[in-house]
Design a protein around this ligand. Sequence first.
Ligand code: UDX
Length: 475
Amino acid sequence: MAAQSNTGHGGRRCHVLLFPLPYQGHINPMFQLAGLLHARGFAITVFHTHYNAPDPVRHPHYRFVPVPDGMSGPAPVAILDVVAHIIAMGRACEAAFRDRLAAVLEEYSRDAVACLVADTHLLPVFEVARTLSVPTLALRTGSAASCACFLAYPMLFEKGYLPVQGIGAPRSFDRCIVESQRDMPVPELPPYRVRDLVDVGEDHLGLERELIARAVAAMKLSSGVILNTFDALERRELERLRRDLAMPVFDIGPLHKFSPAGESSSLLRQDRTCLDWLDAWPLESVLYVSFGSLACVSARDLAETAWGIAASGVPFLWAVRPGLVHGSSADDPDHRHLPNGFEAATRGRGMVVAWAPQEEVLRHRAVGGFWTHGGWNSTAESVCEGVPMLCCPCFGDQMGNARYVGHVWRVGFEVGGELERGSVEAAIRRLMADTDGAEMRARAGELKKAAAECTRKGGSSCLAIDKLVAHMITM
Ligand code: UDX
């Protein structure tokens, strides 16, 4: 898309500054937003950490400003290490970001700097911007529902919904009581049940509460929140958010439909040979399997999933990224850890890649189902292509996303409980071959149409983008 010229006050060039959180599920929407704003004529400057730094060569139209993050050592793998890493990285960047931002503002002083858009998980970035009088907008990369859940976090503790009981509890703990508590509805946040709330267990509550409280503080320091969702998908949740936040909420998703991320913001090399492989399969016959960029699975769960896929007889494309299995390293050459005999059992009807061009895979006519961890980007990408989902949520907002998939949009279902090859096989057959699955696919097709409507000229997301651009220019 050619960039229109956008000028701020007095006809000066108008800059937008961006600061993504350096994880794949957060980098993608930020770069999609960058593409969209650049197409609207803004000059883009991206501040970034050294950790997972973007490659400027892939984005020749943007300016990049590295911010030393002082972080060393291996990349975090366990989700709690990731949470700790996010908090530590934000703090470690603060002083260097202050210097870099001040220098950039001085350099751009003849132009107009509209605002800084940062990921909600980078609170110190918002604080620094405020001290330098730079207005901010917060990019929240999850759904509107999960954002509302963040805002409701203090209430969830006050009323005793959280912490979810029983995670990490001793064996003597009564499992029936635990399960019935986890199934309790949360009437303040329908359709969530206790088990769908963001929770990583009692042992680590401090860290998790801090992460969420900081994200909420970042939103409250901003003059608006940008969400990668759209009106037809989350109308009620967006209304609630607008009421609770009392600031503009821009529902400009699905961002990848305005500005695909593709290879340019991918941290791993996408294996595009799978697109040719998909060409050979009939319409909606292939199951795509991926657990996103952060979730890890045990070797046992990977094996049960593999044998369930094998027994289903369904053709599949599986993205098994390096480091996916607990305890394995992202540099391990034999990263796949698939069980012996699996390849022989599925020869001719399966392909395994380390990392797929997911947006294109989901758009491919041969793909008829998605076995997903339910990260928000994956969920939104699947919804927009009318692909029904089998959700196997792992942490954070993924349980809540699975709840919406199964009970609100009814475009898939959660594979609950301990993974067993028999239940995996049954779930795949239900999605790919039963009338039940066909109904989910039909509803997914309706959502695909609704997403397309939103992104059309005059559609809700297009209008929200116009409002965002107008808001930025007047900030
Ligand atoms: C995490 C959380 O799970 C998510 O809910 C939160 O909103 C962001 O952080 P992640 O685990 O990375 O995200 O999952 P997801 O949100 O689905 O993002 C993964 C991204 O990587 C997607 O944009 C997907 O298209 C891309 N991807 C994934 C690939 O390009 N290739 C692959 O093989 C797998």
